[in-house]
Design a protein around this ligand. Structure first.
Ligand code: SF4
Ligand code: SF4
Length: 209
């Protein structure tokens, strides 16, 4: 079915759009005098929480730009018990990201199994020397201070395993400390009661100081 076109309707529509745009309030971002209001999940820069990194190399392997550089060495940990087995662990020597190559895809953050990488909304790190855009581990750690706190859990959500385990450990520790404190108080009370008891005539000490 062909549509009936009124002559000049296209022109009227075009003018309506023009008029609407002309009367709309213009918005000018006053950056850098006023900081932009960024979304919480803005991809500005990547922060490294080094303590969580096990040097598994997954992020470096999955990065499509090959812009994550990791160096490490192995360290032997002596056996915890006599006759036990020695263990070895990876120790991080270098962790760097070249933000001149990074395309901010977020794959490294997604694949990290140990929550060692995070997005920070910080974006003011332009450099005049491209080499400076390779951020080494100390600089990557500094970005962690600008990572926003995670959103709150849904009210009915199950408690995360890590938090549940930490809570149980803290509760056990508190109970053990309370038990120790009770025993110490009881022992102190027993000792003062013994001291307060007057010496009898048969007391070999004879009540002498
Ligand atoms: S965001 Fe993407 S490109 Fe950038 S370091 Fe991570 S995996 Fe590589
Ligand atoms: S994936 Fe995570 S734990 Fe593994 S090397 Fe990268 S940052 Fe470290």
């Amino acid at each position: 079915m062909s549509r009936l076109s009124i002559p000049g309707s296209g022109l009227a529509k075009g003018l309506a759009v023009t008029l609407r745009t002309m009367t709309r309030k213009t918005v000018t971002e006053q950056y850098p005098d006023v900081q932009p209001d960024l979304a919480p999940r803005t991809r500005g820069v990547i922060g490294l929480f080094e303590e969580n990194c096990t040097v598994c190399m997954l992020c470096a392997r999955e990065c499509p730009d090959w812009c994550i550089y990791i160096d490490s060495h192995k360290e032997t940990i002596p056996a915890a018990t006599p006759g036990g087995r020695e263990r070895s662990r990876n120790v991080l020597d270098r962790f760097a990201i070249d933000f001149a190559l990074c395309m901010y895809c977020g794959i490294c953050i997604e694949v990290c199994p140990f929550d060692a990488l995070f997005w920070s909304p910080e974006f003011e790190y332009a450099e005049t020397d491209i080499h400076e855009l390779t951020h080494e581990r100390d600089k990557l750690r500094e970005w962690m201070w600008t990572v926003p706190a995670p959103p709150a859990l849904d009210p009915g959500a199950e408690e995360p395993k890590e938090i549940a385990a930490a809570r149980k450990t803290a509760e056990k520790l508190a109970a053990a400390q309370a038990e120790q404190a009770t025993q110490a108080t009881q022992a102190a009370q027993d000792a003062s009661a013994t001291e307060a008891t007057p010496a009898g005539p048969d007391d070999p000490q004879g009540g002498e100081a």
